[in-house]
Design a protein around this ligand. Structure first.
Ligand code: TYD
Ligand code: MG
Length: 454
């Protein structure tokens, strides 16, 4: 019998330590260390198992056959885009997100679409077959090429996969899976890591695409999928407010494509529905002629997205003014307020300020700086920005408005949605060839932007 070694793991980020610690040096979370026994098996760590050293030979680049990887479309254009053009056979995709956000629903819908053309196996360790059937009944009709299995033992799962040979496998949730040889409980860092290792071998050896669901919890009861991020090929996060209907699928890591892409979905009675034009959705219900409301444009990957930035500036009744930012970075908002104070002569130091990105989304692209600045200035002066005006640009510390990427795409998107005036960095003017009938106002600093837009 192999001897076990006691190791302490941070349940949040997977940091490994020989002693217990109160705070994790890796992720700075408190009380996340849990003791686990790591068994050393006969093949042992640190020793290459089995293969003879002579049989292993490195190859030159010329010897490697270049295969253009075939991609399987999921028939969900939003998901395909985030994946970088479709599912790559043999890839391991981690779908993370808070419990109840809709991961199982999304993957069951993917199964529904994929099973029209290939064999798909859905393995659930969380729900019974009846529960899955109930969910499936809400989503629609399925073909018989989708098979379901309730199982948590990975040895048995890999046998089933060997026998059934599906093209795509879904593992609903990695936290419930376990290997018998590993003594720690399912959901612990060791189990989650081992289980992912097994799945990775299956995926690579047999060319099966595997989707793994991982729950993220902050409490450290279950190992966050953070520890697997470096093992898998693609990491997608499903985010959004559980009480709102919109969900965003965001690529965090992708070995086969860009990581900036997002997919927008809407949760409805029959499962998730794609949102084809998120800008239109984000701008619905915008107040008319109100001060402090500005439309800005942010690039999410290759797609421009219009969003409404709202600001409320009012006199503070306490010594220390209150500032909050929902949907964007508070530090950035503080910095932009300091710029406004110093470079545009706005007196904000004794004012409360609340900044909000409408629609419950998070946007951090610097190109929305100009939008935040104009929203703050508009609210402070109580002068509305034109309803048909949109703006983008990065703001620097000396109050200058700096260039941003892809101005043409942003202008085109705004013109498509009926905007008539665009305030943009003056240096970007030459890059916009086609204005689509919009009036372009190039500005070089914050003061000029305020004069032209307010
Ligand atoms: P689920 O996919 O179970 O979440 P996860 O697997 O991420 O834990 O999603 C559950 C939520 O979605 C639940 O609150 C109910 C809601 N839902 C709908 O609104 N419509 C539907 O058609 C389905 C299947 C679920
Ligand atoms: Mg689920």
């Amino acid at each position: 019998m192999a001897k076990g070694k006691t190791v302490y793991f941070c349940q949040n980020c997977g940091y490994e330590s020989a002693k217990w610690m109160g705070q994790c040096p890796g992720c700075r979370e408190w009380n996340t260390f849990v003791e686990e026994v790591v068994e050393k098996t006969a093949s042992g760590k640190g020793k290459a198992p089995g293969r003879e050293a002579e049989a292993v030979r490195p190859s030159t680049l010329d010897e490697i056959q270049f295969e253009t990887e075939e991609r399987m479309s999921t028939d969900f254009p939003e998901l395909d885009r985030v994946l970088g053009g479709g599912i790559v056979p043999g890839s391991l995709v981690l779908v993370g997100g808070d419990p109840g956000i809709g991961k199982s629903t999304l993957l069951l819908q993917v199964c529904q679409k994929l099973s029209r053309k290939m064999d798909v196996l859905y393995i659930s360790g969380e729900e019974s077959l009846q529960q899955i059937k109930m969910r499936a009944a809400r989503i629609g009709t399925f073909t018989s090429r989708l098979t379901l299995l309730c199982e948590t033992n990975l040895e048995r799962i890999s046998q089933v996969i060997q026998r059934e040979k599906p093209r795509v496998v879904i593992i609903d949730s990695i936290q419930t899976m376990y290997r018998e040889e590993v003594s720690s409980a399912p959901g612990s860092v060791t189990q989650v890591r081992e289980a992912t290792g097994v799945l990775m071998r299956i995926a690579k050896e047999q060319g099966i695409a595997i989707f793994i669901v991982g729950h993220v919890t902050k409490e450290g009861v279950v190992a966050g999928p953070r520890v697997l991020e470096h093992m898998v090929d693609t990491v997608l996060y499903f985010e959004g407010d559980r009480h709102a209907v919109y969900r965003i699928l965001r690529g965090v890591k992708n070995r086969f494509g860009s990581t900036n892409e997002i997919g927008v979905f809407e949760m409805c009675q029959e499962g998730l529905r794609e949102v084809k034009n998120p800008s239109e959705v984000m701008l619905s219900g915008r107040p008319q002629g109100a001060s402090g409301s500005v439309v800005a444009c942010s690039m999410e990957g290759t797609r421009p997205m219009l969003l409404e930035i709202q600001a409320l500036v009012c006199r503070s009744s306490f010594g220390i003014p209150r500032r909050t930012a929902a949907g964007t970075d508070l530090n950035r908002v503080n910095l932009l307020m300091a710029v406004l104070e110093k470079r545009a002569g706005l007196s904000l130091s004794s004012s409360d300020a609340y900044v909000n990105i409408a629609g419950g989304l998070r946007m951090n692209e610097p190109a929305i700086d100009l939008g935040i600045v104009l929203a703050l200035a508009s609210s402070c002066k109580d002068r509305p920005v034109g309803e048909k005006t949109i703006c983008f640009g990065e703001v620097g510390l000396s109050g200058e408005v700096r260039a941003v990427s892809m101005p043409q795409q942003r202008v085109t998107e705004a013109a498509k949605l009926g905007f008539e005036v665009c305030v943009l960095p003056a240096v970007c003017l030459s890059a916009v060839k086609e204005s689509g009938g919009m009036k372009l106002i190039g500005v070089s600093n914050v003061k000029e932007a305020m004069e032209r837009a307010l």
